[in-house]
Design a protein around this ligand. Structure first.
Ligand SMILES: C[S@@+](CC[C@H](N)C(=O)[O-])C[C@H]1O[C@@H](n2cnc3c(N)ncnc32)[C@H](O)[C@@H]1O
Length: 277
């Protein structure tokens, strides 16, 4: 809970934090409500950094333009999972890809509609959950996600299985998440965020609740091993694990991401995977 999210918390009646289980349905419902309620504040705060037509992988500022993790995209049908206002999908479209942008939150997708009107770049938008993809088998040439959906679902194996199902053989699935080691520190960009307070091995989700104990926001932690195991379990191959370094001269703080912490340890993990041919 924080001042940055005060209006979403007020709208949802958030009163506290619980460390308790949250299943797939509860996680889906809470995060849909949360991102609807926080969509305007999220874009007021981060929209300028994200841009309207840009593919930023993470708060460290790594761009697909420089990283090239998806390979050549022209002509490719690319699924963006947890797209928010879909700047990545519009960047892909501007490079000749045929993206489809998916998100669970109508509030976030409304920002995608507004950005399409501003830029004149329209991509198909789909409201659905990442663990229940409404697409045919083998219908995409690549899939990507910049902090969309993966940290918020209870069963990450279900997301990877769904992504693997809709990808063609040989297609890439590349996604960025909070680096799992950040879980052990408080979400504090300052010196308070440098002291370990929590077990890396404790997978109990972070759950914000209302006065009745109903979840209003849920985030799930996995260890790096959990991610690798879930990817292998879904039949995907790990190609690379990118841990973007904090660039010199980058002064912007985003939530718990800051130059102070970024100089010392990674904040983002980008897992690059492939469906076998
Ligand atoms: C941190 S935002 C990232 C959005 C965008 N990639 C960006 O960089 O701004 C997380 C996004 O994941 C979406 N999301 C959360 N749970 C989801 C789910 N189960 N399925 C699809 N999208 C989900 C949220 O609605 C939100 O738009």
């Amino acid at each position: 809970m924080s001042d940055q999210h005060a209006s979403a918390e007020a709208a949802l009646g958030t009163t506290g934090i619980a460390q308790r289980a949250a299943d797939a349905a509860e996680s889906r419902a809470a995060n849909r409500l949360w991102w609807d309620a926080d969509a305007d504040d999220y874009h007021a705060e981060h929209g300028g950094f994200l841009g309207d037509v840009d593919f930023l992988w993470c708060p460290e500022g790594l761009r697909e333009q420089d990283a090239g993790l998806l390979g050549p995209v022209a002509g490719q049908r690319v699924l963006e999972v947890g797209c928010g206002s879909a700047p990545c999908a519009r960047w892909l479209a501007a490079r000749g890809a045929r993206p489809v942008a998916l998100d669970i939150s109508a509030g976030m997708l409304r920002h995608a509609v507004a950005a399409a009107e501003r830029t004149g770049i329209t991509v198909p938008l789909v409201q659905a959950s990442a663990d229940q993809l409404p697409f045919a088998d083998a219908s995409f040439d690549a899939a990507c996600s910049a902090f969309g959906a993966v940290p918020f679902v209870a069963d990450v194996g279900a997301v990877f299985a769904e992504v693997a199902r809709v990808l063609r053989p040989g297609a890439r699935w590349v996604f960025a998440v909070n680096h799992p080691m950040r879980w052990i520190f408080p979400d504090d960009p300052g010196p308070g965020g440098l002291t370990v307070t929590h077990s890396y091995f404790d997978r109990t989700p972070y759950v914000e609740v209302d006065a009745q104990g109903r979840a209003t926001y849920v985030e799930h932690h996995r260890t790096m091993g959990d991610y690798v195991r879930a990817l292998v379990g879904a039949g995907l191959e790990l190609v690379d694990l990118v841990e973007p370094e904090w660039p010199a001269g980058h002064t912007r703080t985003w939530g718990q991401w800051s130059p102070l912490r970024g100089r010392l340890f990674p904040g983002t993990a980008i897992l690059s995977t492939r469906k076998p041919r």
